[in-house]
Design a protein around this ligand. Structure first.
Ligand code: FHN
Length: 458
């Protein structure tokens, strides 16, 4: 009897493994399409909120490259032997003194004005359809009561609140998709440095599964993957669990940061950051949905010394959204809340401006796809999206001359979104020439970008 027990167990185990739809290999994981909802939503809000919101500082104007301006890197930079490191150290020592440890900032993060419903309301008014919150950045501090992060989480210290839970509820109640950013590596966790395998098995994977089962996010957005290949992070094992067994298996979307070799190659949708595409073998060979992320200014975390020169204008942000969506991507625009729990007013204002533009022009953004015919049209400041047989022509500057669009099949009604008057157009062969209407401040539908819709044209 006993003799047969082991082979039977092995058989049952094998049946279980092969009955799973996705195997823990990149070939199998990559075969799962990114859920369609992700490609439809186009615009999301990234939130970088952590202990770094207390010092909230980076040398925004120094000529030291993009990454060194990230305020969320404060802890690392101030210990770094580099030009940027010196700037962070000098600032820290002057403001807080050499003996003041980064950890001492944690109790100063009070989040006393954090109103998750108000945040969700701003996101909704911005026209965003999804939100991605840093559940844990490279500093290892978790925004939920993680068992693995004892006394270094937002319930034990600082805000004394389950920030992931509270925001998830508010965002879901507002009808938006909720997602989490999660950093695989942790700068100063001794377990990470001394025993990677134990860190992955006993710390990282349990944390990731805890986040998924507790809050059921629609997006799992990993980062901090560059130290090790995905094999060491056991990424395909986690993804197989996520896709086969987790409570969000049918709807969850993930990104491409699962190991030093995976950006732009493996995983779910591809990501760029401040337009940086990570250049490595295999990148660009596979067509996947993609997403650009960046801050409104020079940093993801809040940087209190940024001024207007560091911030993109509302006009620039609307243009950025158009450019990314016309290129087939999504825009994940980051905000950096303050340590007391507010979204800085200037960031709110930028978001609401985007929202009012989307209120009128959203149909040219949401649920659209890239128009391949755009390649044959190279007029400056003119972009295209398509939905069904309709073509949208998005002009980021008001056209002074007629707009010529090549490569259409037919012409149905031609209109400008948000404008009631007639729009003149003329078709000749596969080309249509649209004469921009004369607008006044009274009937101008937008201060930022103007959209022509050509119905039944594709
Ligand atoms: O180091 C981080 C950075 O702080 C920020 O979180 C961005 C967001 O994409 N990702 C990392 C660098 O790629």
């Amino acid at each position: 009897m006993k003799k047969n027990f082991i082979p039977i167990l092995f058989l049952l185990f094998s049946i279980h493994v092969f009955a799973q739809k996705y195997q823990p290999t990149w070939e199998s994981i990559d075969s799962r399409p990114v859920p369609q909802w992700f490609e439809d939503v186009k615009f999301g809000i990234f939130i970088h909120w952590g202990v770094y919101a207390v010092p909230a500082w980076a040398p925004a104007d120094a000529d030291i490259g993009i990454y060194a301006k990230y305020s969320e890197w404060y802890w690392w930079r101030k210990n770094e032997d580099s030009e940027a490191g010196k700037l962070f150290r000098d600032y820290h020592n002057q403001m807080y003194g050499e003996d003041f440890k980064y950890q001492d900032f944690a109790p100063m993060w009070k989040a006393q004005h954090f109103e998750p419903d108000d945040w969700a309301d701003v996101f909704k008014k911005a026209g965003a359809k999804y939100v991605v919150l840093t559940s844990k950045h490279h500093e290892g501090f978790t925004l939920w009561p993680s068992e693995q992060s004892w006394n270094w989480n937002s319930v034990d210290i600082g805000p004394h609140r389950d920030l992931c839970g509270d925001l998830t509820k508010a965002v879901k109640d507002a009808g938006l998709h909720m997602g989490f950013y999660y950093s695989l590596y942790e700068w100063y966790n001794p377990l990470y440095h001394n025993n990677l395998e134990k860190y992955v098995d006993d710390h990282m994977i349990p944390q990731m599964k805890d986040l998924v089962t507790r809050y059921e996010p629609d997006i799992f957005w990993t980062d901090g993957e560059w130290d090790h290949p995905s094999e060491k992070w056991k990424s395909t094992e986690f993804l197989a669990w996520l896709y086969n067994e987790s409570p969000v298996k049918d709807r969850v979307a993930v990104n491409d940061r699962w190991g030093k070799e995976t950006r732009g190659v493996h995983g779910g949708y591809f990501t760029t950051e401040y337009d940086l595409v990570h250049d490595r073998e295999g990148v660009g060979e596979v067509e996947r949905p993609w997403e650009e992320c960046r801050g409104i200014g020079t940093s993801f975390g809040y940087n209190q010394i940024e001024d207007l020169d560091n911030y993109m204008t509302s006009d620039g942000l609307v243009d950025l959204l158009i450019e990314k969506v016309a290129g087939g991507g999504n825009l994940l625009l980051d905000i950096g809340p303050t340590a007391d729990g507010r979204i800085p007013v200037i960031q709110q204002q930028r978001l609401l401006d985007i929202g009012s533009w989307l209120d009128i022009n959203g149909e040219a953004i949401y649920e659209t796809r890239k128009w391949e015919g755009a390649e044959n049209n190279d007029a400056e400041n003119v972009y295209f999206t398509r939905k069904g047989n309709d073509l949208y022509v998005l002009c980021t500057k008001f056209p002074e001359k007629p707009v010529i669009v090549k490569g259409i099949k037919n012409v149905g009604k031609v209109s400008m979104l948000g404008f009631d008057g007639k729009v003149k157009s003329k078709k000749s062969g596969n080309t249509i020439t649209i004469t921009p209407p004369v607008l006044s401040p009274i009937n101008n539908p937008s201060p930022y970008a103007w959209v022509f819709k050509i119905e039944d044209s594709l």
